[in-house]
Design a protein around this ligand. Structure first.
Ligand code: AMP
Length: 223
């Protein structure tokens, strides 16, 4: 951890794009476009701030271990990360909901699968998901017995191939579900992205980090 340099971990795509205006409000401009560059460390207009590009699910890990001082990641990613850490959160400080990259976590099934009857009859459901902690907690609270199958992507395929009865996945417009003849049968929770901060970094680099948090708080859209 270099004392004079603040590192922000972001994932490419929606989170990166929607964090740019918040960075701008903090006087920070990223000098390279991640879609055009293969660089994983992006300089900014400020010598004391850099951006690192990591997979969305690695953002909490980078921040927890101090590979990055700050990060932006979805509530889904944070819940799954914390479940791995026994709910301790691993020294991550979460000062702000940035209200970006909004979507919802939902249960979806094939259009011809009678989910309501299956639940009513107490059937055991096979559920495929990347979000096993969220799915386990949701179905357990509902009193539905499930066999969870962990997948890392293309969850929509699971009910179509007979791998699972249902999926738990992020839904934004609903177009992906529709294109694959799936229907949303439960909304588990609303999701948005949050700022996460390494607690030790906040103490050691407070003079640089605190104004960034404050600028993000002012610029973030209300819920
Ligand atoms: P949509 O077709 O707009 O409903 O988007 C659904 C697809 O995009 C699914 O494959 C989701 O996993 C993914 N997705 C939607 N919103 C987000 C988000 N905020 N963060 C990450 N993935 C998302």
């Amino acid at each position: 951890m270099k004392p004079d340099l603040v590192t922000l971990a972001l994932s490419k795509g929606r989170i990166f794009e929607e964090t740019l205006p918040l960075l701008k409000a903090a006087g920070i401009e990223v000098l390279e476009d991640p879609e055009k560059s293969r660089k994983l460390i992006l300089p900014t207009n400020r010598a004391d701030v850099q951006v690192v590009l990591v997979r969305a699910s690695d953002v909490p890990t980078y921040v927890q271990y101090g590979g990055a001082d700050l990060g932006v990641c979805g509530k889904d990613t944070l819940i799954e990360h914390q479940a791995e850490w026994g709910g301790a959160g691993g020294g991550l400080y979460q000062p702000l909901d940035l209200n970006i990259a909004k979507c919802r976590m939902s249960v979806a099934v094939r259009a011809d699968f009678d989910y309501a009857s299956a639940v009513r009859q107490g059937s055991r459901l096979t559920v495929a998901t990347k979000y096993t902690a969220i799915a386990r907690e949701f179905f357990s609270a509902k009193g539905v017995h499930v066999d969870l199958i962990k997948l890392y992507g293309s969850m929509e395929l699971a009910p179509l191939t007979g791998l699972a009865d249902a999926i738990v996945d992020l839904v934004s417009t609903g177009n992906t579900l529709k294109a694959n003849h799936l229907v949303e049968v439960e909304r588990i929770m609303d999701i948005s992205s949050r700022l996460v901060v390494n607690q030790a970094a906040l103490k050691l680099k407070r003079a640089t980090i605190k104004p960034i948090i404050e600028a993000f708080a002012t610029a973030a859209q209300p819920a």
